[in-house]
Each structure stands twice: as structure tokens, then as C-alpha cells.
Design a protein around this ligand. Structure first.
Ligand code: GDP
Ligand code: NAG
Ligand code: NAG
Ligand code: NAG
Ligand code: MG
Length: 380
């Protein structure tokens, strides 16, 4: 049995330790904010002068920008409030490996308002401008003209086949939004190039130059790190629609296209190759242009985003392959990247230069199901 005195003592000890813990947390927080003041001053002085680092050798550390030149570009990050921890992980890596030296802006998009906590925990990660946008309902939700009975049948059929996201309407909203609408969002209007980022991805290497400047200088349209085969059951009628579009609109097909990347028989059948769009560095003016606009409108009008489960990856890839020159596609071989179970790891001198944390033997490039060989064959 505890005496009342002992009870009182235990209570006292408890209250005291709680007080100690709370004041320690408060002190840490104060230290943190003064540190934040210090570092922001430090960065300001860095940007005005050449950093005085003993071992500084521009050829070893070229990722320190050699000029103030910036491309017309932004990061774009579509996500939900409950993606927060994966969002933080991805942004942190991108900042550490690239953007802390460049400060390209970040645009976050969501069909629901981001919470104050979400915004605060993202803003703290970077000095770059960060904005949070709401997606208009008409560019997100399943349109009224979609026959919901037919869409439901499509979902059920796909579920029976055991396909990932088979029964998900939100996933379909996301694929359609990424295919046809993200680049029209008002927060993205000021920009030409974007780098798409997703939650819980990994960037293994220092990005030792500015990929956006590469896109701009070399007039590239679409950059990727992983190219692979799509699951046919998600797009059974997509290629028929593409062929119909081509026959009705032959003027949009670029003579020096990359048809050989996506078809082994000159366009009769789709070989399922596509760029994995969870990583994209691309030109939004290409998506905003007449050819892609007409293409998306046509595909959308078939209802395939809902009756089937057309991904933005095959849609973007087919368009990039047909409406751009093949030399406007770019394999970012030196950017180490992982999404789910697939990764691209640079090798050789690129791996060293990027101080990559991935195993260079573990890269999807020439594995079964990869389309990189086919991409390279177009240039040989
Ligand atoms: N705002 C919002 N973002 C979504 C939704 N579904 C997916 N996303 C985002 O869209 C991207 C792709 O979704 P993800 O679940 O990673 O699909 P996966 O990569 O194909 O497995 C990620 O950036 C997600 O955060 C959604 O319903 N709402
Ligand atoms: C940080 O800087 C701001 C503005 O210069 C100042 O008001 C604030 O007191 C500083 N905070 C700390 C902890 O030094
Ligand atoms: C958009 O759709 C959501 C969910 O259906 C709804 O709650 C919201 O009121 C809609 N907003 C507008 C502006 O119509
Ligand atoms: C950036 O690109 C967008 C889209 O092409 C354009 O509207 C905008 O004027 C450009 N901004 C600058 C500063 O060139
Ligand atoms: Mg993903």
C-alpha cells in the first residue's frame, strides 16, 4: 500500500521531470531558430562571394552554380496531406542533392486544401519559394459524361485480374490530371520546365549541373531515368485510340519521331514501352501545345481514363515519342533515382562524380522489362 505522503512525492517527481523536459524542448527550439538565423545570413553572404573553401576545385564541385543563370523552371509535387512524411523525405533529398544551391521554386498541388501543419513542415526544408495550390474540381473529379455503370464494370473487371489500383477512382483522377491538367494550373503558368517529384522516392546522387539549363540549351522536351513495359490490361484500347488520332491528324506527327521506341512494327502495335513518369523533367509548353492538347482531348473523350485505367506515363510517353523529335528526349543517365522497387543507378565516372549512394550494379537499365536498349538503338 502507498502512503498519502509517498503518493505526493511521486506526483512531485513527475511534475518536476515534465517541467525539465518541456524547458529542454523549449531551449532546443530557441537554439534551432537562432541557428536558422545564422544559416540564412551565411547563405546570403555565400551567394555574393566565392566561397573560401580550402579544397575548392570547380571541376570537383561543379554543382556549385558557376553563374546566376536560372532556367524558367519549377518542381511540381502532387500529393495528399497524409503523404507528408514521404513528401518531406523526397524534398529533403532533392534539396541536399541539388536544389539547396539553386533554389528553384516548389509547387505543391492537391485537390483538397493543404493543412497548416503540412505547409509549415515543408516550408522549413528549403530557402526556395514554396507555393501550395488547390486543384479545381473540374480538372480532378470524374466528369459527369462518364457512364458510371460502364466505369464500374471496368474497375471490377480489372480487380478480377488482380491489377494494382484496379478499383480506385482517385487513382484514375490522378492519372487524368497528370495527363491533361497539371500544366494548366495557375501556379504552373509562370513556368516552362518542371521536375516532377513524388513521395518516398530517392535521389541517390549529387546533381552536379543544372538539368533545367540542359533542357533549355539543348531544346529538350522530355527527360527520364527509367523506361519500362506497361501492364497491358490497364490500357487495352489505348493504342487503337492513338492510331485513330494519328490517322485523323497526321500533321502532328514529327517526321523524326521516336516511333521505334514504342512500336516494333512501325506503329501497327504498341510494344508497351513508356517512360516512368513519377520522374519527369519536361517542357510544359509541349503539353500546352496544339498537338498534345488535341491528343489529350481525343483520348479523354473516349473515357479510357475511367473505363480502363490509362496511366499518365504511357500517355505522356506516346505523345513525346510521336510529337517531338527523338533527339528531344533525354535519358538522365547521371541522375540516380528510385521509386518503389525500380531504380536507376549511374555507373563509372558518373557514379563517382555524383557521390552516389546506390549500388551501381543494381540498376534497371538493361534488365528484363527495361526499354533503355530500345531507346539507345534509335541512335545507333
Ligand atoms: N492530391 C492527391 N494526390 C494523389 C492522389 N493519388 C495519388 N496522388 C499523388 O500522385 C502521385 C502518384 O501516386 P502514387 O500513389 O505514388 O502512384 P504510383 O506511383 O503509380 O504507385 C504521387 O505524387 C501521389 O502523392 C490523390 O487522390 N490526391
Ligand atoms: C532572428 O532574426 C529575426 C529578424 O532578424 C529577429 O527578429 C529574431 O529575434 C531572430 N531570432 C533569434 C532567435 O535570434
Ligand atoms: C469540389 O468538390 C468537393 C468534393 O466533392 C466539394 O466538397 C467542394 O465543395 C467542391 N468545390 C467547389 C468549388 O465546387
Ligand atoms: C516562362 O515560361 C512561361 C511558359 O512558356 C512563360 O509564360 C513565361 O513568360 C516565361 N517566363 C520568363 C521569365 O521567361
Ligand atoms: Mg508513386
Amino acid at each position: 500500500m502507498l502512503s498519502p505522503l509517498r503518493c505526493l512525492l511521486i506526483l512531485l517527481v513527475f511534475v518536476l521531470s515534465l517541467h525539465l523536459i518541456l524547458s529542454a524542448v523549449h531551449e532546443d527550439y530557441a537554439k534551432l531558430s537562432s541557428l536558422a538565423n545564422l544559416t540564412s545570413g551565411f547563405q546570403k553572404s555565400l551567394s555574393n562571394t566565392t566561397p573560401d573553401v580550402d579544397a575548392y576545385d570547380p571541376s570537383l564541385y561543379p554543382s556549385i552554380p558557376q553563374s546566376d543563370r536560372r532556367a524558367n523552371a519549377t518542381f511540381v509535387f502532387l500529393c495528399r496531406n497524409n503523404d507528408l512524411s514521404g513528401v518531406i523525405s523526397s524534398v529533403r533529398q532533392m534539396e541536399d542533392r541539388f536544389n539547396r544551391r539553386y533554389n528553384y521554386p516548389w509547387v505543391f498541388l492537391n485537390e483538397e486544401p493543404f493543412t497548416e501543419v503540412f505547409k509549415e513542415r515543408v516550408r522549413v526544408l528549403t530557402d526556395a519559394p514554396v507555393s501550395f495550390g488547390l486543384i479545381p474540381n473540374q480538372s480532378w473529379y470524374q466528369p459527369d459524361w462518364i457512364d458510371e455503370e460502364k466505369a464500374k464494370e471496368g474497375r471490377e473487371k480489372m480487380m478480377a485480374q488482380g491489377i494494382i489500383y484496379a478499383g480506385s477512382v482517385p487513382y484514375r483522377n490522378m492519372c487524368r490530371f497528370n495527363s491533361g491538367f497539371f500544366f494548366q494550373h495557375e501556379l504552373l503558368q509562370p513556368y516552362k520546365y518542371y521536375w516532377r517529384v513524388e513521395p518516398d522516392v530517392q535521389y541517390f546522387c549529387d546533381v552536379v549541373y543544372d538539368p533545367f539549363i540542359l533542357m533549355e540549351d539543348q531544346k529538350k522536351v522530355y527527360g527520364f531515368t527509367i523506361a519500362l513495359l506497361e501492364w497491358h490490361a490497364t490500357i487495352p484500347t489505348l493504342w487503337d485510340s492513338v492510331k485513330k488520332f494519328i490517322s485523323q491528324n497526321p500533321q502532328y506527327i514529327e517526321p523524326q519521331n521516336a516511333m521505334d521506341l514504342i512500336s516494333g512494327d512501325g506503329g501497327d502495335t504498341y510494344n508497351l514501352c513508356h517512360f516512368w513518369s513519377n520522374f519527369e523533367i519536361a517542357d510544359m509548353d509541349f503539353w500546352r501545345g496544339e498537338a498534345y492538347q488535341k491528343f489529350f482531348e481525343f483520348l479523354d473523350s473516349t473515357g479510357g481514363f475511367y473505363y480502363e485505367r490509362w496511366g499518365d506515363a504511357p500517355v505522356h510517353s506516346i505523345a513525346a515519342a510521336l510529337f517531338a523529335r527523338r533527339d528531344q528526349l533525354h535519358f538522365f543517365r547521371d541522375i540516380g533515382y528510385k521509386h518503389d522497387s525500380f531504380q536507376h543507378c549511374p555507373t563509372g565516372s558518373e557514379w563517382i562524380r555524383g557521390r552516389c549512394s546506390c549500388d551501381p550494379l543494381d540498376t534497371f537499365d538493361y534488365a528484363y522489362g527495361s526499354c533503355i536498349q530500345r531507346y539507345e538503338d534509335m541512335f545507333s
